[in-house]
Design a protein around this ligand. Structure first.
Ligand code: ASP
Length: 337
């Protein structure tokens, strides 16, 4: 009899342990872009401003996750905070195209349902990530671009602004410098590509990934793209599987030289290495970002979280604005290598 009681107790404990695992903690990881971010080029004030902006983004997402909100809502709200800051190359603060315009890309993906939405080359929606969410929730499509995407988002109630809203002096000067460098180029062969403008001018894409209390994953990325990009150029951020991806195992948001991320199908390649190659998130992300990406000639980084709350934030540039927060309050914000 005693033995049976003991067995019952062990069984009950096992069950409660299991359900505890099902409602485990949450994790949110963010980036504010990768690039030539060197301490020697940073003033203490500017560094403080970045830290504060990243902190407020993390806390925004934390509150949603803490209250039992979804990873999807958390990554969207987190990205919006960074879109509203002129410090990052997304929303207010986006870089300029060769024509002196701001064309914005964004994507969001719900790993639980594999639903996704993205927009490319939009010019009038204050928070591009809300336009991506509208495409996901309110259209039968996954990706919309240009005028059509602007119009659709406006119809769905996303806040509309005049394109001049995206003007910032800093980014405009960045475009002038990029053009000057271009004009002074001696070697016209492939120099523009081999000596990427974005190394100096363009870091600041933003992204967030999260796993919520229920174990659901989501990813979101928003960017102005690359300084001096040609009209109509679309980067990796809005391409599901390249710059942004989430499934039931992992959520990933990338930043870097978009053309290379597209060619490596960066985010999905990592997810596949985990699923089919049984690699850990750490190993899979390391292979893609630290080996495959530089080998091809690209650079950048990413943030990722898996369903167990393991995080990865690799980058092969000088720095990447990044940070994470967990349900137990553990928080870290980093900039340099
Ligand atoms: N990946 C973005 C793009 O190529 C730029 C960035 O991350 O800074 O559009």
């Amino acid at each position: 009899m005693r033995k049976i009681q003991l067995l019952a107790l062990v069984f009950t404990l096992a069950i409660s342990g299991f359900s505890q695992q099902n409602t485990k903690g949450f994790t949110l990881v963010i980036h504010g872009g990768a690039g030539t971010i060197l301490k020697k080029n940073m003033t203490p004030e500017r560094e403080k401003a970045y830290m504060a902006a990243l902190d407020s983004a993390l806390l925004t997402g934390y509150k949603i996750l803490e209250a039992g909100g979804s990873a999807l809502d958390a990554v969207q709200a987190t990205v919006m905070v960074m879109e509203n800051s002129p410090l990052f190359n997304a929303g207010k603060g986006a870089v300029f195209t060769n024509e002196g315009k701001n064309e914005l890309d964004a994507a969001i993906m719900d790993g639980f349902t594999l639903k996704a939405g993205s927009v490319a080359g939009i010019t009038t929606i204050k928070n591009p990530i809300t336009a991506a969410r509208a495409v996901m929730d309110k259209s039968e499509h996954v990706m919309m671009s240009g005028k059509g995407a602007d119009l659709f988002a406006a119809q769905q109630g996303c806040e509309v602004v005049d394109p001049s809203y995206f003007y910032t002096e800093d980014r405009f000067r960045g475009l002038q410098r990029a053009k000057e460098r271009d004009a002074n180029k001696v070697d016209s062969s492939n120099a523009g590509l081999r000596n990427p403008l974005h190394r100096d001018e363009k870091y600041g894409t933003v992204g967030a990934v999260a796993v919520d209390k229920q174990g659901r994953l989501a990813a979101a990325t928003s960017t102005g793209g690359m300084t001096n990009k040609k009209w109509g150029r679309i980067g990796d951020a809005p391409i599901i599987g390249s710059g942004t991806y989430a499934n039931q195992q992992v959520a990933i948001s990338c930043t870097g030289w978009g053309e290379y991320f597209i060619r490596l199908v960066m985010a999905k390649s990592i997810a596949d290495r985990m699923e089919f190659g049984k690699q850990s998130l750490k190993d899979a992300a390391h292979q893609l970002v630290m080996v495959d990406l530089p080998k091809l000639g690209g650079d950048g980084g990413l943030v990722a979280v898996d369903k167990n709350g393991n995080i990865s934030m690799p980058f092969c540039t000088e720095g990447m604005y990044r940070g994470f927060i967990r349900s137990n309050g553990q928080k870290e914000i980093l900039i340099y290598k």
